[in-house]
Design a protein around this ligand. Sequence first.
Ligand SMILES: Nc1ncnc2c1ncn2[C@@H]1O[C@H](COP(=O)(O)OP(=O)(O)OP(=O)(O)O)[C@@H](O)[C@H]1O
Length: 948
Amino acid sequence: MFSATKSLSQLQKNRYIFQSLKQQQSNITSYNSFSSNNQKKNINNNSNTNNNSNHNNYNNHKSIFNYNQLFSSTSSSTSLIKDSKLNSLIHRVNYSKSSKPPKDEKEINENEEDKEKQFNDDDTIDSLSKEISLIDKSSNKKRDWPLNDEVLVFSIQSIPFSGAKGSLLLNQRFIDNMIPNIAGRTFIGLFLQKDGNKRDDPNSIDEIPRVGVLAHVSMTPVGHHYFEALKRIRIKRFITNTPPFCVEIEPYEPIETEDPKDPKIVATVEKITNLLERFDKQYPDAYRHNSLFFKQQREMDNPEIFISAATILYGLNYPAYCQEILETPSIVDRLEKIYQLLLQEEKLLKVQQEISVSIEEKKSNEQKKLLLNEQLKKIKSELGVELDEKEKTIQKFRDKLSKLNVPEAQKKVIEDEITKISTIEPSSVEFNMSRNYLEWLTSLPWGIFSQEFFDLTHSKQVLDCDHYGLNEIKQRILEFISVGHLKGTVQGKILCFIGPPGTGKTTIAKSIAKCLKREFYRFSVGGVNDEGEIKGHRRTYVGSMPGKLLQALKMTQTSNPVILIDEIDKMGKKYHSGDPSSALLEVLDSDLNSTFVDHFLDVPYDLSRVLFICTANSNNIPPALFDRMEIIPLAGYVEEEQYEIVKSFIIPKTLIESGLKVDQISISDSVIQSLVRFYTREVGIRELERMVEKIMRKTALMLVSGEAERVVVDQDNVHSFLGIPQYTSGRYYEHTPVGVVNGLAYTPKGGHSFYIETIAEEGKPVSGTPPRLRTTGKLGEVMLESSSIAYTFAKNFLYFIDPNNNFFETHNLHMHFPEGAIPKEGPSAGIAIVTSLLSLALNEPALNNLGMTGEVTITGKVLPIGGVKEKTIGAKRSSLKTIIFPATNRVHFEELASYVKEGIDVQYASDYKDVFVLAFPNKKDLLENAIQGLKENNNKQQQQQIQN
Ligand SMILES: Nc1ncnc2c1ncn2[C@@H]1O[C@H](COP(=O)(O)OP(=O)(O)OP(=O)(O)O)[C@@H](O)[C@H]1O
């Protein structure tokens, strides 16, 4: 029955109702049954003496209209024309003296007063009563009762109790059909609309209860209608059964008149009054105005009006329950019901108050915080102590930008971004992204360059100081710098060092940066398979950042550093996330890199003044990149070079790095030689460097632990530092046996010699099947083909020099290339394979300490190979004394530095016969005889041809 959701706004509305009612009471004297005569007087005085009160009066009408909304329905007029004579009669009663509409507010008030007089004018009434008496069937001439006990039904959303007043919205047709009683007073029956949501007239008699309230209706000349609820009534019968309903009524007085002084009534009124006083104290905001007024009302000794006042002023807007109260016969019971209702209301108010208090507290806490924060900011800025974090950030970027020499277009982008960030909430993700972007944009060295420096003497000093040997490379670098000196720039050149690991590629690049007095930055693209590493990731990705190039510039803080791109031959490929080699191409291409656009930065950056140096271990470089670079090969070091480098560079360097002093350690030369020969097998320096570091670490331990004050590392104790040597010798045949030959290979790790071993398999080939050559040792396709060619050629060659030798027809052969786990590929082992086969067939070992390399054709021609320097170094490291190179490689060998060429005998072969003579000096007569025989044969044939 009780709504648990009575809102605060409703309470406020009630307050408003109270004001309306109060105004009504004080200003509209003629409709006020609550107010005393004294009050009436006071109000009249006010209206007469004060213009403002007139104005108030007018406003009050408007207020009353609002108040009426609670009590009125939108009932339209009903056409209940009984008699045209009667209509004209009503008009005469209502408007007998006001034929003209009022002009202003003053006139309205005057007219109202006139009206008052007219309503009370008994003469006028008397003259009309004669006419009315003609239609008054029941001759009921009571002043406060409708003519013929008949009223029009006016449905209402909330039932008013006796004494309640309000305005109504009645249209002209409804008014025309209302019949005044003999005293000229007009009545309607107010009945609750059962369906609270329905606003129209009732369509059926079932929509209204049978008990309602009789109300007197009056009207002002300006067309406002007011009602005053008089007493409870009950519908006796429906005169019309279709809307609008005209009903015959009777007073609803189930109990004989009750005495208001009855102690029960007085006690209940008192009880309610006390409760309401509690309301006023505990919920002053909700009922402040209402209670003031109620105090005036409760003095009255009419319990009906008391109920009405309590219901209105305390907002007891429960239509169904109020209807129940209305129908309750006894006044005591009605008062008790009001009391119960108020108790329920109190519970609701309590909950509401608790909620509103907690909301208020929360609100005030937040407001307090906000206020304090604002004040703090203000104070800080006044004192210049600290700026707002966001302001500080923006200021920082502006300061940075003002110091940078950013091109106009890029500057605009930065400025726009600063404007953007100033509109973003600092706690948002977008703010952080924008800040990160600005951080990068303003951290790059826009327009900052190291001064160009091309000094040959300085460069030479630097190069000699950093590296032993490498004269060719140094020469190339000096040439490069000289061109830079003449041109004033080294722009557009990309150097690429290709060579085995540890041969000094990286350190040379560093030295070049030193020569040019530029900043140096190194990054590796080995294994990189995403172009984002080079060109950055788009800012939309979380954690995105620019690529390595821009990172390099930020790090070096110059726009023309030397950038070393390491391991370019090991760069991966991943097409779905962009090919890194294409991205690198864009970076290295001098036509494109002046407007390089990193995905993150999204604005062009000029990379054209950067000197790019690349390194690789092999030529396996994307062709497009290879084309754009100036290739500088590094072959690796021979033992002598390694010895010198370890002695003069690595030992002093590691000494310093280990914190040792020169007089605390001595490493003998024989130890260095052992390191080079027996502890490492590489063409570079890296492994050697690791060995030296190991010696230094152990020495440091001995010194620190007090085991020794000075450490001497010599041939006798070197194993206690490095363990037993890993390599005894590169060779495992002191004398190469029959069927075994030294080949020479060239890999990314450098050049080295290797054995080719061939043996005859036990047992004869199965008759009817040709003898075969089986090969093992992880040979690639080209090498397999090369073996096959060599086999065919060897068979033919043997037949040529020794036709009686049927070794190849009678034996299945097995050729093996040791270090079988290492893949081998290439045609350059051709002459070595032939030699191995012939050695076996002739049962003659090849010349000892002989190494050979060269491709052989099916007719025995020897074709050129690559890696002459590496292979020479490899041969020397394996202590070979003689090497056979293809004749066309003579030029390559001649180019080699003398220290590389030193100590080795190089022979050249253009045909296999040249190789055979060198490899099998003891069998050379076989070949000579064969050649002689061939010559004689040829001569014979020629003579015969002549004779014929
Ligand atoms: N000619 C040399 N003189 C002095 N030290 C050298 C020489 N060559 C190499 N080194 C030293 O060898 C070590 C390895 O050199 P570096 O790192 O430059 O090799 P790298 O060719 O770049 O190898 P990787 O291909 O593995 O990158 C360095 O300490 C370097 O100083």
